[in-house]
Write a protein that binds this ligand. Structure first.
Ligand SMILES: *Cc1c(COP(=O)(O)O)cnc(C)c1O
Length: 477
C-alpha cells in the first residue's frame, strides 16, 4: 500500500484552517523556516480513502475470532465507549479545581472500591499505564516496605519459570536479583524448590494464578505461606484474573499486592499500543507508600492527597482516566453476578475448545484448564517439519487471528489459545473445524503450510528484521 507521501501530487492539497481567534504574531527571523515544509498534498477524498483502506487492513476483535492467549481479547461493549465519550469525562483538565470535577473523582473512587472488593485488597492506585508498569510499581512498593523496616538484606525476588516475561523484567528494573523457580511436571510451582529458594534474602514472590499454562495452582496457600514465613511479600500478577474474578480473590490467596490489566479483564480495547491501565491494589500495610492522587471521601466530597510515605509518582496525576470510566461501566453493567458468570463462561469456553482440539493436537498439560490452554507442535515439527509459526500463519487464511506463539517459554512450539467468554459456540465450532483442517494438512501436505498465508496483503514479513531495523519514518530529504 502506498504511503501518503507517495500518493501526494502538487496542487491536490487542500487546507481548511479556521481563521485565527487570537492576534497574529510575527516570529523572529531566526525562528522561521528557510524552505517550505514538505507535507503530502492530497484531496480530502484521497485522504479519507487512505485511512479507510488502512482500517480495512487491520484485524480486531470486531473483525473475527481473536484467541490470543494471555491477552483476553474479549468483546468491548459499545456502551463503555459512549460513556467514556461524555463531555463531562472528556473535556476536563487535571489541574482543574477539585470541586469542579467531583463526578470524575467519584468514578475513580467507586472503581477503586469495586476493584478492592474483587481482589480482596484495601487500597488502589490508578497511576500505572499498563500491566508491566503496575508490576514495576509493585516491586518498588515491596522495596519501600522492607526499607521502612530497616530490612536491607532482601535483594531477591522469586519468579516461577512460567511467568510472563514482564515479571522478571520489572523485578530487575526495581533493582532486585531474579531467582527462577522451576515448575513441576504438572505445570505448577515446585513447592519444595520454592521452599529451598526462600530465605532471609527474599524480598518477595511474583506469581500469576491461574498461570500462563492456564492452570490454577492448588498449592497457592502453601506457596504464599512459604514466602510470608521467610519474611517476604507476595505479588499477584492479575493479568489472568478473568477466569477467577468474582470467585476467588488474590487477597484471600495470601497476596499482599496485585496489579490488574483493566484493558484485558475489564474490556478496554487494546492491542496496537492503545492506552491501557494497570491499577495496583495493596493491603493496608502498603497503602502509605502508594503514589500521589489517592482519593479520599469526606462528607460526600472527594479530595486528592498524597500518602505520607509515598514512593513518588510513576505517572502524571491519576493515570488513564477514560480507561477507568470504561471499567466502571463494565463492572456496573455486569454486576457481581455477571462478573462471576463471565469468569465461569471464560473457563467453560476454553475447556470446550481444549477438549475438541485435543482430538487432533497435543496439549502441553493435562486438562481441565482455566481460561486458556497451550498446544504443543513439537511432534508435528519433528515428524512433518511444521512449526507453531506455520499453524499460526495458516489460521490467517481462514480469518482467525493466531493464538499467542512460543509462550510460555517452557513449552516447545507453543500455541496458547484463549477464546474468552464473549465467543459463541458457533464461532468456536467454526474455529475448531479450521484447526482440524490444518491438522489434516500437517499429515497430508505440510509443504503447503510453509507457504501460507496466501490471502493476506502481507504474507510472511521478516519479523526479526522489522524488530531490529525498524523504518519508522519516510525518508523525505
Ligand atoms: C499481559 C500480561 C502482562 C503485561 O501486561 P501489559 O498491560 O501488556 O503491560 C503481565 N503478565 C501477564 C500474565 C500478562 O498476560
Amino acid at each position: 500500500m502506498k504511503l501518503l507521501f507517495e500518493i501526494s501530487k502538487d496542487e491536490h492539497g487542500c487546507d481548511l484552517l479556521p481563521a485565527p481567534d487570537v492576534p497574529e504574531a510575527t516570529l523572529p527571523e531566526e525562528m522561521c523556516r528557510k524552505t517550505p515544509l514538505d507535507l503530502p498534498q492530497l484531496s480530502e477524498t484521497e485522504l479519507s480513502r487512505h485511512y479507510t483502506r488502512l482500517a480495512q487492513r487491520t484485524f480486531g476483535v470486531n473483525s473475527g475470532f481473536y484467541p490470543l492467549g494471555s491477552c483476553t481479547m474479549k468483546y468491548n461493549p459499545r456502551i463503555n465507549e459512549e460513556l467514556a465519550a461524555l463531555p463531562g469525562f472528556c473535556d476536563i483538565h487535571p489541574l482543574q479545581p477539585e470541586h469542579t470535577v467531583q463526578g470524575c473523582m467519584e468514578v475513580l473512587s467507586e472503581t477503586g472500591k469495586a476493584l478492592c472488593e474483587i481482589t480482596g485488597m484495601d487500597a488502589v492506585t490508578f497511576q500505572p499505564a499498563a500491566g508491566a508498569h503496575g508490576e514495576l510499581l509493585g516491586v518498588l512498593l515491596i522495596k519501600a516496605w522492607h526499607e521502612s523496616r530497616g530490612d536491607l538484606k532482601r535483594t531477591k525476588i522469586l519468579i516461577p519459570d512460567a511467568a510472563h516475561g514482564t515479571n522478571p523484567a520489572s523485578a530487575a528494573m526495581g533493582g532486585f536479583t531474579v531467582v527462577n523457580i522451576p515448575s513441576g511436571p504438572d505445570g505448577c510451582v515446585d513447592v519444595e524448590k520454592l521452599r529451598r529458594a526462600a530465605g532471609e534474602d527474599t524480598a518477595g514472590l511474583m506469581l500469576t494464578n491461574p498461570n500462563t499454562l492456564g492452570l490454577f495452582d492448588r498449592n497457592i496457600l502453601e506457596i504464599t505461606g512459604i514466602i510470608h514465613d521467610a519474611g517476604g511479600l507476595n505479588y499477584y500478577d492479575g493479568a489472568n484474573l478473568n477466569p477467577v474474578m468474582g470467585i476467588v480473590r488474590p487477597g484471600d490467596m495470601g497476596f499482599d499486592l496485585v496489579h490488574l490489566n483493566i484493558h484485558k479483564t475489564f474490556s478496554t480495547p487494546h492491542g496496537g499500543g492503545g492506552p491501557g491501565s494497570g491499577p495496583v491494589g495493596c493491603k493496608a500495610i502498603l497503602s502509605d507508600f502508594l503514589p500521589a492522587c489517592r482519593i479520599t471521601e469526606k462528607n460526600g466530597s472527594y479530595t486528592f492527597d498524597t500518602p505520607v510515605r509515598t514512593i513518588g509518582s510513576v505517572k502524571a496525576f491519576y493515570g488513564h482516566f477514560l480507561v477507568v470510566v470504561r471499567a466502571l461501566a463494565y463492572i456496573r453493567t455486569l454486576g457481581a453476578e455477571g462478573i462471576r458468570r463471565a469468569a465461569t463462561h471464560a473457563v467453560l469456553n476454553a475447556n470446550y475448545m481444549r477438549r475438541k482440539l485435543s482430538e487432533c493436537y497435543d496439549m502441553a498439560t493435562e486438562g481441565p484448564c482455566m481460561h486458556e490452554f497451550v498446544i504443543t507442535l513439537q511432534k508435528a515439527k519433528e515428524q512433518a517439519g511444521v512449526t507453531a509459526l506455520d499453524v499460526a500463519k495458516a489460521l490467517l487464511d481462514y480469518g482467525i487471528h493466531p493464538p499467542t506463539m512460543y509462550f510460555p517459554l517452557i513449552v516447545p512450539e507453543a500455541l496458547m489459545v484463549e477464546p474468552t467468554e464473549t465467543e459463541s459456540k458457533e464461532t468456536m465450532d467454526e474455529a475448531i473445524e479450521v484447526f482440524k483442517k490444518i491438522a489434516g494438512l500437517i499429515r497430508t501436505n505440510p509443504e503447503r503450510l510453509h507457504e501460507m498465508p496466501l490471502t493476506t496483503p502481507v504474507r510472511r514479513p521478516d519479523e526479526v528484521g522489522a524488530a531490529r531495523n525498524p523504518r519508522l519514518k519516510y525518508g523525505c530529504e
